[in-house]
Design a protein around this ligand. Structure first.
Ligand code: HSE
Length: 432
């Protein structure tokens, strides 16, 4: 029986260094649990001379990925590089050589998941992707194995630490958007391109993975409606608070009558709801299973050791299967071949918070409410605080449930009114 599993690491960056550290520090514990020795046989990185916090034998270092991909002794390739290329080529090469791959590359899985998992399946290889969503939170394994008995009906989460950090700092410290963003960058939460965090795309990458796994169907990135936090201002956060809500960037996936809803956008959620109290860079996901009921997963969604903790867990899972000659309790693929339709955002029914920037003149509210009324949108409450005759003021409205396509058409018309002096901000209310 095999008593050693050889590992090759491609990408000796922040998370890669964390993995090296854990494999070293927890060597005995991990071998005992897995039932075999885990040997880090080879490390590949473009820069092998940069100082790292953990020392390794220089003999195992090189700059060429082929030193890992062509080494017949290597069983598991831990691939911790971002971007699509060459990450995708390395991964497919590994599968073709019968090697399993552990990855944290959410963008790659979101864009090419279908092809990647098909190839892995054809080559009897495993894919470990726990670290691709919510860093250190063991969410993928919980959905894949722990919650197997359940049909998960809905999932809501804060799955981007950077945008949550920005919103928290704006709310608690009155930071401007840019001040908060600079701080998030400094603390290392943001992606190399922070635009991915702010635009909601990083959350959408993660939601594509989560929703596919949860509903057993391929939810493509292009199926997900995405809006970021770039239009959220401090005044929206303050108005929301006054109305009893918090503003959060949520990833939401639901299955209703066989159709999937998958969207990422800012929402107003009740200040009493558990996700409203998730602060700073923390991530949290609430799930509802038909057998287990409500669950919440909370923890560090990024960072060196939390993410490395998930990577090491995947390494051990795959190593254990290799040692015992089995494929484990359930297959490691992202989804079954189920085919379910994804609803377009236009068909969403939601309550809305809407902030208009208008002239403070008689008849303005009547003009706006006439358009809303014609589109079957009913107003629940209105706030106008300041009196600045002839100048612009914010008017904040809460609506009753309305159809998204009606809201879009109404706002399109309202923004063309001569009394409206800025782009109207509309934020959906997520009722829980
Ligand atoms: N930029 C990501 C975040 C890192 O802020 O959550 C973890 O994926």
């Amino acid at each position: 029986m095999k008593n050693k599993v050889n590992i090759g690491l491609i990408g000796w960056g922040t998370v890669g260094s964390g993995v090296v550290r854990i494999l070293k520090e927890r060597k005995k514990h991990l071998s005992r649990r897995v039932g075999a020795q885990l040997r880090l046989k080879s490390i590949v990185d473009l820069d092998i001379n940069k100082a790292r916090s953990v020392k390794v034998n220089r003999k195992i270092l090189s700059r060429e990925a082929k030193n890992i991909l062509s080494d017949p002794e290597i069983d598991i390739v831990v691939q911790l590089i971002g971007g699509e290329h060459p990450a995708k080529d390395y991964m497919t090469n590994a599968f073709k050589k019968g090697k399993s791959v552990v990855t944290a590359n959410k963008a790659l899985l979101a864009k090419h998941g279908k092809e990647i998992f098909k190839l892995a399946r054809e080559n009897n290889a495993e894919v470990g992707y726990e670290a691709s969503v919510c860093g250190g939170i063991p969410l993928i394994r919980s959905i894949k194995e722990g919650l197997l008995a359940n049909k998960i009906e809905e999932l809501r989460g804060i799955i981007n630490g950077t945008s949550n950090y920005i919103l928290t700092r704006m709310e608690e410290e009155n930071y401007s958007f840019n001040e908060a963003l600079q701080e998030a960058k400094k603390r290392g939460y943001a992606e190399a391109d922070a635009g991915l965090d702010i635009s909601g795309l990083d959350s959408a990458h993660k939601l594509a993975v989560l929703a596919s796994l949860t509903f057993g169907t391929s939810v493509a990135l292009s199926d997900i409606y995405v809006e970021g936090i770039d239009l959220i201002t401090l005044q929206d956060i303050r108005y929301a608070r006054e109305l009893g809500y918090a503003v959060k960037l949520l990833a939401i996936a639901k299955e209703k009558q066989g159709r999937i809803e998958a969207r990422v956008h800012p929402v107003l959620i009740s200040a009493d709801y558990i996700l409203a109290s998730v602060r700073h860079n923390f991530n949290a996901v609430c799930l509802k299973g038909d057998k287990v009921g409500e669950l919440i997963f909370y923890g560090a969604g990024a960072g060196q050791l939390p993410t490395a903790s998930s990577v090491v867990s995947d390494i051990c899972d795959i190593a254990g299967k290799l040692i015992r000659g089995g494929k484990g309790r359930v297959n490691s693929f992202l989804y079954d071949a189920l085919s379910k339709k994804v609803s377009p955002i236009n068909k969403l029914e939601s309550r809305y918070y809407v902030r208009f920037t208008t002239l403070d003149n008689p008849g303005v509210l009547a003009k706006i409410s006439r358009i809303l009324g014609r589109k079957n949108i009913s107003i629940a409450s209105v706030i106008q605080k300041q009196r600045k005759e002839g100048r612009t003021v914010p008017i904040v409205m809460m609506t009753h449930k309305a159809l998204e396509e009606n809201m879009r058409r109404a706002l399109g018309q309202i923004d063309k009114l001569s009394v409206v002096k800025g782009k109207t901000v509309a934020i959906r209310v997520e009722e829980v």
